[in-house]
Design a protein around this ligand. Structure first.
Ligand SMILES: [Zn+2]
Length: 346
């Protein structure tokens, strides 16, 4: 099944097939958990099944048995699909039982060797994730990409294309899956949540807290991330409406970066409400917007964005968050926006 936010990427793939423009190498990109492998498997099924993913023919049945995500041991260089002309390549468990961080050159060699055999029907090789290939592996793959063979399709999946050599990028046609914030995806999400808890959550808010990645929202719900996120957001709003609450921020400890992102989200929402000039669903946030100038909202958003970038450095993030929160707690009655200590151009 193609979920709503993968539809446009899926349509682009279908179009390539219909117009007979299927390239030798495809690159499917998007953030973690957005559904790159799901899209790929759906696409392969449509390619192979004679009646577009009927679900019952021999092709569909063998593909449905595949579990490429399953972790296999160190000696497994590539894995074969139940469909004989399809192979997968991914990181493997190393000898100590933890997941290897990179795809090695011997894996890519084995992958390319299988694909170099002549075949009458389409041969497909999938690498996930291509941005995990080490330099030697990438170089080895490049040779195969430079000499495309008839009847062969290589599909690379990647979270971050900046980690891939330009020489590889230039040989692939790229399809990107975007994060989603639309109602159709929110409804999809809502349908995935068990009925007895569905009323407890606003699926649009869930999507926002997971930065537009529905599967991440579901995983967050399984843990207690979403509940934590709600409590951070509530406390942030309490702080701005009654600044003395700033002395009681224990729940932020060890979650400083996430709290900054939560504040970033609130400020973005606040600016949206102010621009559209009609109230949002969050009553407390509406009160904040009413009392705060555009200028101060923008400036604090700017500083919060900077603080988030700086959080990746060795900066003392507790102090950074404290300094940002002092300004946030007074944002509704600031005469002059102050320079926040420790926040520099980054
Ligand atoms: Zn079928």
């Amino acid at each position: 099944m193609i979920p709503p936010w993968q539809k446009s990427a899926s349509d682009k793939l279908d179009k390539m097939v219909q117009q007979n423009h299927l390239p030798h190498a495809l690159l499917i990109t998007g953030v973690d958990k957005i559904g790159k492998l799901n899209l790929t498997q759906n696409f392969i099924q449509k390619l192979l099944c004679p009646s577009s993913s009927c679900g019952t023919c021999e092709f569909c049945q063998s593909l449905q048995k595949d579990q490429p995500e399953e972790e296999l041991g160190h000696s497994v260089l590539i894995r074969r699909s139940h469909y004989p002309n399809l192979i997968y390549c991914r990181t493997e468990l190393n000898d100590s039982g933890s997941m290897s961080k990179e795809i090695r050159v011997d894996q890519i060699r084995a992958f390319c060797e299988v694909l170099s055999k002549t075949a009458d029907s389409l041969q497909i090789g999938v690498i996930f994730y291509a941005d995990q290939m080490n330099n030697n592996a990438a170089n080895s793959l490049l040779k195969t990409l430079e000499e495309p063979r008839k009847n062969t399709l290589i599909i690379l999946l990647a979270h971050n294309i900046n980690l891939l050599p330009k020489t590889i990028l230039s040989r692939c046609q790229t399809i990107h899956i975007n994060p989603t914030y639309d109602q159709e995806s929110a409804d999809w999400l809502s349908n995935q949540i068990t009925e007895n808890t569905r009323d407890d959550f606003d699926s649009m808010q869930l999507l926002e807290s997971s930065h537009g990645v529905p599967q991440k929202a579901l995983d967050d719900l399984k843990g207690d991330y979403f509940l934590k996120y709600q409590s951070w957001q509530n406390l942030l709003l309490e702080i701005v409406l009654s600044p003395t609450k700033i002395s009681n921020t224990d729940i932020f400890v060890d979650h400083e970066l996430e709290v900054l992102k939560c504040l970033q989200h609130l400020l973005n929402e606040a600016i949206k409400i102010k621009v559209l000039d009609h109230e949002g669903a969050n009553l407390e946030l509406n009160q904040v917007v009413e009392k705060t100038s555009f200028n101060n909202l923008f400036k604090l958003l700017d500083d919060t964005n900077r603080a988030i970038s700086m959080a990746q450095t060795t900066i003392n993030i507790k102090l950074l968050l404290d300094n940002v929160l002092v300004v946030w707690s007074h944002i509704t009655n600031l005469k002059k926006y102050p320079a926040i200590t420790n926040i520099q151009e980054y």
